[in-house]
Structures are given as C-alpha cells and as structure tokens.
Design a protein around this ligand. Structure first.
Ligand SMILES: [Zn+2]
Length: 335
C-alpha cells in the first residue's frame, strides 16, 4: 500500500528542521528533528545537506521516501512570494551565490518532488492558525513571532497572505504609537530597517540588545547585567524576567505593551478570530507566559466589547512551527 505524505522543511540559520504530515493530517514527528544547515557555504552544499537530512529524517520517522509526494520549504526572508531570495543578500544567506537565488526551484530540482515556499514567519503563523482552527475554515488570525526579529503572518481561510512581493505579514516593520507606552520617555527605538518605533524596534531580541536594555541600564547602572557585554546580557533578560528581576520584567512589559498596541491596529484592520503569539518570549514557564499574555492585553487601548473578547493564543510546539506550517502549505500541491 502506498501512502501520500508531505514533508515540511524549515531552513534556519544554523539547523534544518524536518517534519512529515500524513493524509489524515497527523504529524509523524513530535519534537525537533534537526540536521546542520550549512547555508553559509552557498546553495550547492546547502541543498545537498537538506536532501541528506531529509533521508535521515524519513528513516527516523519510519517514512519511505517513495511515499513522499511533495515538500513544503520555509526559510528566513527577505524572499519573494515564490522563494527567490533577495538580491541584496541577508543575514542567513551571506554566500554571494544566494543573491537572487530561487531556493524553491533549486530544491525541487535537487529532490525531484514539487516544492512549495513560505517565509518562516508565515509558515509559523500557518501552523499556529491550523492548530486552533484546523485547515478547513474561514477564520482569520494574526500571528506575531518574537525572536531575533519580529516575524509573523496573517492567515485567512487556511492560507497565508503573502502579498505581491512576498512582504505580506512583515509585521515587524509596522509602525506603532509607542508614545502611549508608559515608562520609556526619551527612548528612540530604531529598527535595522531604518524606521523608528516599528514593532520589531520594541519587541524582539534585537530591540532588547539595541534599545531597551541600554536604556534601562542607563537608569540603573549598578544592575548585574551592566557587567556583561550587551549582546550576552540581552540573552539573559528573559531568564531574569522569569525570576522576577524588576528591570528585566519592565523590559518584557514594554515589549508586551508594544504588541498590545500592534494587535489593536490589527483588530481594527482585520477583525480577526484570533491573535496568536509565538517565539522565544513565550517559550517560558507557564506562569511567566500567562503574565506576558495578560500584559499584552493590558497594553491595548480601550476596546469595544466585541473586540475585547478576541482570544489571545500561544503557538504550540513552537520550535517545530516553521516545519509544520511549511508541510501544511505543501498539501495544496497534492490536492
Ligand atoms: Zn523595521
């Protein structure tokens, strides 16, 4: 008997993560199934590495490669809606041969199966959406994924809005009225994209390193994090916030309130069925996660009753979200 299985491949900065989805919509790998990424060595080596890792992952999941009928791929952007990487390069694809490279078509040639493409934020958003609503639905959701940057996606009727240039769901660069957040007088949150006061400039690991931590340490120079290099210190903020360190809690409160202002904008644009949060900021203990979600809501301006009832969710199985979303997207290739 032959099965029809789709694979999901999440190409990250240092690792490739794999999953498989069967015809009943069940994922065949529970946790992470990783292989080193080697993307810094350029397309030829990276794609060979992805193919090798896929065979290993299939063996691990007891899947016959002959039963795999399509592949969903996701990568960090910037890339077009069809998987052509930016000509200007990016942090994750520094090798010169990546500039303008069609990674979706490249993988299709390498493996000989149809491949679909999403950026990593849209893929994670699709998984978050399907985990709540299933794949057959007319619901709309907005997901914000808080990591090194701020990614995410808008999903409606089971599909990501990728947009004309692939920039659909680039939620991190949406400007927010950050002057409404208390306790950050004089802060000028600048994003790597050049904007001042977009969501990523206030709600990401990069925001902690570049803006929030230096701002709060200037007020409290004796804090233990002042002894570290700022890049190292930024990575310690979440752990200390979980332990109720006041300065670090304050940094996460500002991030939550920024997200609250952003979600308020999205509520007024989409009137969504769900708002979803994912990424490192919520991959924490349950108590901190609850506090953070409550603070997001506290950061929203006053809402009409029907808006206040919109559910705030956390993406489950967060570290596998990209691979799962990519696999869900590839199902369209075999229908
Ligand atoms: Zn930006």
């Amino acid at each position: 008997m032959t099965a029809r299985i789709v694979a999901g491949i999440d190409l990250g900065g240092t690792a490739v993560n794999y999953t498989f989805l069967d015809e009943r919509g069940q994922f065949l790998i529970d946790g992470l199934c990783e292989h080193p990424a080697r993307s810094v060595e350029g397309p030829d080596i990276c794609l060979a590495q992805i193919a090798d890792g896929l065979a290993l992952a299939a063996a691990h999941a007891n899947v016959r490669m002959a039963d795999v009928v399509a592949i969903g791929l996701d990568t960090p952007g910037p890339a077009s809606a069809t998987g052509v990487l930016s000509r200007r390069g990016s942090t994750n694809f520094v090798h010169p041969q990546w500039a303008g490279y069609d990674i979706r078509a490249g993988l299709e040639r390498k493996i000989g199966l149809p491949v679909s493409y999403l950026n990593d934020g849209n893929a994670a958003a699709l998984w978050g959406h399907v985990s709540i609503f299933g794949s057959e639905n007319a619901a709309t959701s907005v997901s914000a994924i808080i990591g090194t940057g701020l990614g995410g996606g808008v999903i409606t009727a089971g599909k990501a809005i990728v947009g004309r240039n692939g920039f659909g769901g680039e939620l991190g660069h949406v400007l927010i009225p950050y002057g409404l957040i208390r306790g950050i007088d004089g802060l000028v949150p600048t994003c790597n994209c050049g904007r001042i006061g977009d969501l990523e400039s206030l709600c990401s690991l990069t925001a902690i390193r570049q803006s929030l931590l230096p701002y709060f340490l200037r007020r409290e120079p004796g804090h233990e994090l002042a002894k570290h290099d700022v890049g190292q210190a930024a990575k310690l903020v979440r752990g200390l916030a979980e332990q109720s360190d006041p300065l670090c809690r304050e940094i996460f409160r500002v991030q939550a309130h920024a997200l609250g202002l952003f979600f308020d904008e999205m509520i007024n644009v989409f009137d969504p069925d769900a708002l979803i949060v994912g990424g490192g900021a919520v991959e924490t203990g349950a108590e901190f996660r609850r506090w953070f979600i409550d603070e997001i809501r506290a950061g929203m301006p006053l809402q009409r009753e029907e808006q206040a009832s919109i559910q705030l969710h956390v993406i489950p199985n967060g570290d596998t979200a990209g691979a799962r979303g990519a696999a869900l997207d590839a199902v369209k290739l075999v229908r």
